[in-house]
Structure formats: C-alpha cells, structure tokens
Design a binder for this molecule. Structure first.
Ligand code: SF4
Length: 175
C-alpha cells in the first residue's frame, strides 16, 4: 500500500485509491447504482472520503462539513440519507459521486443540486419527532419488487432491484 502520514493524517496513495475505486464500483453496480463516469472527479471525491474516514473514523460526505461526532453526522456518512431522493429528483447525489442511468447514458444533463440536508436546528427538531433519532420517513412511499418481494422506502423505486436485479418497472407501490 502506498500511504503517507502528514501531521498524523493519512494521505491516500494511488494504489490504495485505485483499489478502493474498483471495489466500490463493483459493489455499487451490483446494487443497481452508478458512480460518476468522470473517473478523475470520482477518485478525487473518494480520496476525501478516505481522508475523512482517517480523520473522523467514519466516511463523512466529501462535500459537507462534518462535526467529528458520528451520531450527529449519521445522515451524511456516505452514502448519505439524501442520495436516493437526489438521484430521483436531479439524477445525481449532492456531490455528484452517484449518478442515475439517464445521466450515465447522456439522456439527461446534470444540473446544480441544492442542499437537501436540513439545518442543524431543523435536524434537532426532526429528531424529537422521530424514532431512534432517525429522521421520520412516514411520508415516504414503500415500494415492493414484484419479482422477489424486496421492500424499500424512498421517493421512487430503485433503477434495479439490489436483490434480484429486476428493473424499476417491476416495482409496485406497497404502502
Ligand atoms: S452526497 Fe454523494 S458523496 Fe456525499 S455522502 Fe451523499 S452519496 Fe456520498
């Protein structure tokens, strides 16, 4: 591994970064997601995720300010709670690390993505209205894969079922 320590922080070497990229790409594609096809851009985000993991002990979002408290930053550990709604609405996550199939295939253009994460004050208020500190999702529909029965709560069904790989059209709204 090609790792360098500067001021006690790990600087990620090319070899480790390439390995991390290849493993993540394989993993996300098998779950029906897509990394940004701009490999250099994607690797620059991954480098910062690894850096954050070394600094905080968790893989905080590379585009947001973490507070070095895992419980407080739980919603922005990559992949964050906001990835899927942003993929559904804008075709990419806030950082642009994940993109939709339409963006990947050039059928849709990327637009600026507004921050979906509530302010710290609003997150505090939401916590009091949620179960186990997880932001309430009671208004989010539940989708069921009609092939394997996989259930997920999100704005739209996933592009591909992460379990049986059935396509989006094969999901039905369950609740
Ligand atoms: S915005 Fe993208 S890169 Fe940032 S945490 Fe969410 S999924 Fe990861």
């Amino acid at each position: 591994m090609n790792k360098i320590l500067i001021n006690d922080l790990l600087v990620v070497g090319d070899e480790e970064l390439n390995q991390y990229y290849m493993e993540l790409k394989k993993q996300v594609e098998s779950a029906g997601y897509h990394l940004n096809p701009d490999v250099e851009f994607t690797k620059s985000l991954l480098k910062n995720i690894i850096f954050n993991d070394n600094r905080y002990g968790y893989e905080a979002c590379p585009c947001r300010l973490a507070v070095n408290d895992k419980a407080e930053d739980l919603d922005i550990i990559c992949p964050c709670f906001y990835r899927d709604p942003d993929l559904d609405e804008y075709g990419a996550c806030y950082c642009g690390l994940y993109v939709s199939g339409e963006i990947l295939n050039g059928e849709k253009k990327l637009k600026p993505i507004p921050e979906r994460r509530p302010s710290s004050e609003d997150r505090e208020k939401l916590k009091t209205n949620s179960v186990n500190g997880i932001i309430s999702s009671s208004s989010i529909p539940i989708w069921r894969c009609r092939v394997c029965g996989y259930l997920c709560a999100r704005g739209e069904p996933p592009e591909i079922c992460p379990i049986c790989k059935a396509e989006k059209e094969r999901f039905e709204q369950f609740i």
